[in-house]
Design a protein around this ligand. Structure first.
Ligand SMILES: [Ca+2]
Length: 395
């Protein structure tokens, strides 16, 4: 139906949160342009689609495999024993699978981490597991389901989740799938059975407490949308494939995969609640359905900071603003790529305008996700080749 879907199905990559760390002063931005290269860190993974760290000072890296396992890279080596294997309880077709991973800000003390997966019924599950911090293994029976969202179609499951600088868990969800969001889930705010009102939204919940029989609490400072405060923080997303928090500013960056014409990078300033990112009224900067309120290009919609068409790619993979220390010329740039074409760009704001630069090309298909370590250094994960690389700026 559109070009994107089959690819995405395969791609499903995810990025992960920047574990909430105190904002650090941003070093001055050097004027030189980075000269990127990729250094292989690991290979032999099975459909990896995300990489993150536990925020525990260990230097360990965790890689998510679409088929249902979490792997550990420790001291530069990929451990054969999985951290978690829930391959028996998930669906792995197309865009389904184990899709995201986020460590609790207090992981060092409680061993908690959260995953986003597609269960055997095809629905989205957000669940907590507890890891033994000595063995770095989690008992599959430690699962505590936080939230389940009915998925009306198999595609557009998004998958990323991450803790914001406010300690809340953010979960950008896809529009439920099919093509063109036929039930208009992404714009509908009223409560629906099976939590389908959360489709096409950024969900924001407090997992440290609970209310009303839920395993979480709706933060009272969530926006009033459709006349009520709910789990919805922002809306109007189609299939947000990887998001991240800028660890210096707290801004939320989202790569949202387009329908048939445009890919987009959207931005939510720290604390910017209630934003409507536009889908399916808009596809990127293109008017898609002007019959829906409030109509195309309405000032109440939040347009992407960048959008690109089929000449550049067909399935965006959202990335990170680089905040590491090793490569000053990368500082402050937002890196992202396209799953299909393997082009990798950066965005940076110059005189109030977001400017794009092509950093690398010909990386091939399959770049399903970026990842970030505790120091803020960046990685790339290829779903198809099973490899993980570190991004470097060579002098
Ligand atoms: Ca949009």
């Amino acid at each position: 139906m559109r070009y994107i879907t089959p690819l995405l199905l395969i791609a499903l990559a995810g990025c992960q949160e920047a574990s909430p760390s105190l904002p650090e002063p941003t070093p001055p931005t050097p004027t030189g342009e980075p000269n990127l290269r990729l250094i292989e860190v690991a290979s032999g993974l099975s459909q990896p689609l995300y990489l993150t760290h536990a925020g525990d000072g260990s230097g360990d890296l965790y890689v998510v495999e679409k088929g249902g396992r979490i792997r550990l890279i420790q001291g530069g080596s990929l451990r054969s024993q999985a951290v978690l294997d829930i391959s028996g309880k998930i669906s792995t077709g197309g865009e389904q699978g184990l899709l995201g991973l986020a460590f609790h800000p207090g992981f060092r003390n409680n061993g908690y981490f959260y995953v986003n997966y597609t269960n055997t019924a095809g629905d989205t599950v957000i669940a907590r597991y507890t890891m033994n911090r000595s063995t770095k293994v989690a008992d599959p029976n430690s699962e505590r389901v936080v939230l389940t969202v009915d998925q009306p179609y198999a595609n557009h499951n998004a998958g990323w989740l991450g803790f914001g600088p406010d300690g809340m868990l953010y979960i950008p969800l896809g529009d439920g799938g099919s093509g063109g969001d036929p039930q208009n889930y992404a714009q509908r705010l009223e409560a629906q059975t099976g939590n389908r009102h959360l489709l096409g939204k950024v969900v924001r919940i407090d997992v440290n407490t609970s209310d009303s029989g839920r395993n979480y609490r709706i933060p009272p400072d969530n926006p009033v949308l459709g006349g009520q405060v709910s789990e919805i923080w922002a809306y109007g997303l189609r299939n947000p494939w990887r998001a991240s928090f800028d660890r210096a500013t707290g801004d939320l960056w989202i790569g949202d995969v387009g329908e048939g014409a445009m890919e987009e990078i959207s931005l939510g300033p720290k604390g910017g609640k209630g934003l409507n990112y536009g889908w399916r009224i808009m596809e990127g900067t293109r008017c898609n359905d002007n019959s829906l309120p409030p109509g195309c290009n309405h000032p109440s919609l939040t347009p992407p900071v960048h959008a690109y068409g089929r000449g550049d790619g067909y399935s965006v993979t959202g990335g990170y603003v680089y905040r590491g220390r090793r490569f000053p010329r990368m500082q402050g740039r937002y890196f992202f790529t396209d799953f299909g074409t393997g082009r990798l760009w950066s965005l940076r704001q110059v005189n109030g305008t977001w400017q794009r630069k092509l950093e690398l090309s010909q990386l091939g298909t399959g770049l399903a996700s970026f990842g970030e370590d505790e120091q803020g250094e960046l990685y790339l994960v290829n779903l198809l080749s099973g490899k993980v690389w570190r991004m470097e700026d060579q002098p």
